[in-house]
Design a protein around this ligand. Sequence first.
Ligand code: ADP
Length: 544
Amino acid sequence: MRGLMMDRPLLIGPLLHYAAEYHGDTEIVTRTTEGPIHRYSYAEAERRARQLAKALKRLGVGFGDRVATLAWNTHRHFELYFGVSGIGAVCHTINPRLFADQLRYIVNHAEDKLLFLDLTFVPIAEKLAAQWPCVRHYVIMTDRAHMPETGLSGALCYEDLVAAETADLVWPEFDENTASSLCYTSGTTGNPKGALYTHRSTLLHSFAVCSANAVAISMRDSILPVVPMFHVNAWGIPYAAAMSGAKLVFPGPKLDGASLHELFTSEKVTLSLGVPTVWLGLLQHLEQTGKRLDGLQRVTVGGSAAPRAMIEAFEEKYGVQCIQGWGMTEMSPVGTLALLKAKHLLRSRDEQLAIKAGQGLALYGVDMKVIGADGTPQPRDGKASGELYVRGPWIIGAYYNDEPATQAAFDEAGWFRTGDVCSIDADGYMTIVDRSKDVIKSGGEWISSIDVENAAMGHPDIAEAAVIGLPHPKWDERPLLIVVPKPGRQPSKESILDFLGNKIAKWQLPDDIVFAPELPHGATGKVLKARLREQFKEYRLPTA
Ligand code: ADP
């Protein structure tokens, strides 16, 4: 028997309309690429998104066409999220930190028709335009007064395009499974791969992210997404904020600790989200200046493992709840969040921190299974580890136009292979051991580079740490620890080994430690292990 409920599509255009209708005077604040602070409301944002949508149509953008962005987190980028998807076109956000070769590949693979770009990225586009024959128009996301001299032929001005249109567009209705946005993985191995989201997947993901067991977003929040809008749609925050009527604060190009702190204070930010490197920068700034984080209630950390010391610093020193999340581009991205259950509130602080330093519980909608090296499902005992497979309504079912990548990414039952090695405990809490390619295989045992890094980053003189496996004649591989000391500090190898000795098992201790002024970071803020392995490939461990 079929139920008798209305079959209304979940669509992105009407999502912004909801925000404009019920949270019309709630602010969206931006530190613009040009410099000054810009502020307006959801009502104005929707009006301008509709004007933009009309401009897109005038430029020949049709249903399913890809419209690319190379842009910071700003109100204009927000308008593109809704204006492009709202008319059934696909908003393709490009990560400008990718290598030129990847940028060339992505635009051609997506066959982007239009490319919207911030002033910052005009030089990149000028260099690559000749290799992007599919792009018909470049639109510079600024006003007439700031339009640069550029070699981009026929470059258009964003504000002129918007101003030329009226706002009388009504968001069209179409199938909720229509593609809405496109995001490529950073492709540490091989070419980047495209995750093509739908309106439905985006809206379902937003419901999940807003819920109290996730990021708990409400209309009383003021949210500053540090995570870029070119990195998995800023973890879905622009949509989730519109859904809950939360104030949005966009940091533009300035992501350093001082600039973020300024916006946290002036805009009474309650929630902020970003990768660990961003928070390292903020915490260092606070340490150096003695500033506090008044008003900020919670930060969400994801993209790489949040070191326990970071969680402790936020919660104990600054009174800010620190929530670790895990996910991937292919998962829209959120899969799990590390929050405490009622029974955990009675446990010791140490036990609570151990839970928060893990990756947490799956959101409703995300199914998980762990498959061991022998191909069998692993028990949920918190010990047995294996590769994590997932499925759910906001997880990709295939890569965009990439049959070989798709073939490799799914098992026969259609589960997506994450490439992460993890364990799950009896309560369902998941802990990432490592990415399968980063785990160190030492004498038949696995050493989690994440565990050793986490422990090292608790050392008072260490700013950042990374561990890689180097070849060893007896053990196969042994860990090398690469350490970036905090400014002005010079920890000795012995002091670090002593410190680690109390935190991890003896056989997991690094065989050697090297000091570096900085670590190489990839386009999404992760430490580039492949680069480190390359850099240290001639390095001989003293034990080898
Ligand atoms: P890319 O592959 O482009 O770097 P993502 O940004 O989608 O892509 O990264 C997803 C990967 O990041 C996950 O598979 C996992 O290895 C890692 N990751 C994300 N969040 C966490 C976390 N909280 N702890 C440990 N690893 C994480």
